[in-house]
Design a protein around this ligand. Structure first.
Ligand code: DGL
Length: 273
């Protein structure tokens, strides 16, 4: 059918408050290499994790508008904070699928972990305060026990490029040790920045089973596009990266994750702020 073919060739829009969503983009590119991807990182306004719900919704809608104008076939909200507050508002803006990162991760926990086992959740302040993970666990009929902890220092540290450093280790110990003492077995990385420091977490607490929303979201997206017959069959997809501010850490992570496979990397102004 010609319409389906045209739809399938459209890009997938992905966004985050900054560079964290690149962990999701990288995973989407790994499982769906034929898809065209358009990423927006709001590097001028990061972090979102300490902002009010009204501001998070407004920023998310502005970015979704930018992606919709680029005629994307689906939007992945590669930010837990935006997924916590803005998913419903974004779904109301468009008829294309809008996928957040929380449901895929919680679905994986509900399936993999034994009932009544304890799972830690680390995320931004706003994500924790939203209760979005507890609500998602109920939707998935998960009976695991969530021990939640807001970790406001992690996003700035990661955005500044402190990935594997003593300061990151120390902050992680302060945040995670009390949860480990409570006997958590799983750890939900409830912020898309956190997969960047996953290896440090594994080194400090090798017994924890990490659930990374990037992997789970990419797998969910693949299933969704398959069901909707929206999979692109082109040989190799294009990657376009847009940011609201060109930062050094964004440049570095782009190089680390995608080397020469990015077709466009530009600053765009999406608002008059
Ligand atoms: N990557 C965003 C998230 O998943 C970072 C939040 C922030 O900007 O504070 O929540």
């Amino acid at each position: 059918m010609p319409t389906e073919k045209t739809e399938a060739h459209k890009s997938i829009g992905v966004f985050d408050s900054g560079l964290g969503g690149l962990t999701v983009l990288k995973e989407i590119h790994r499982v769906l290499p034929q898809e065209n991807l358009v990423y927006f990182g709001d590097t001028a306004r990061v972090p979102y994790g300490n902002k009010s719900s009204a501001t998070i919704i407004r920023y998310s809608k502005e970015i979704a508008e930018f992606l919709i104008q680029r005629d994307v076939k689906a939007i992945v909200v590669a930010c837990n904070t935006a997924s916590s507050y803005a998913l419903d508002a974004l779904k109301q803006m468009t008829s294309i699928p809008v996928l957040g990162v929380i449901d895929p991760a919680v679905g994986a926990l509900a399936q993999r972990a034994k009932k009544q086992s304890a799972a830690g959740l680390i995320a931004t302040k706003s994500t924790i305060h939203s209760g979005a993970y507890d609500a998602a666990l109920k939707r998935h009929h998960g009976e695991q026990f969530l021990v939640s902890r807001a970790c406001p220092l992690l996003v700035p540290v990661i955005e500044e490029g402190f990935i594997d450093s003593p300061i990151t280790e120390e902050i992680l110990r302060i945040y995670l040790q009390p949860m480990v003492d409570e006997g958590i077995e799983y750890l939900l990385l409830g912020c898309t920045h956190y997969p960047l420091i996953a290896r440090v977490i594994v080194r400090l607490y090798p017994h924890l089973k990490l659930i990374d929303s990037a992997e789970e979201t990419a797998a969910t997206l693949k299933n969704l596009l398959t069901q909707m017959q929206l999979l692109n069959t082109a040989p190799q997809g294009r990657i376009e990266l847009y940011v609201s501010d060109m930062t050094e850490s964004m440049r570095e992570l782009k190089e680390l994750f995608f080397q020469n496979s990015v077709d466009r990397f530009e600053v765009v102004k999406i608002t008059n702020d």
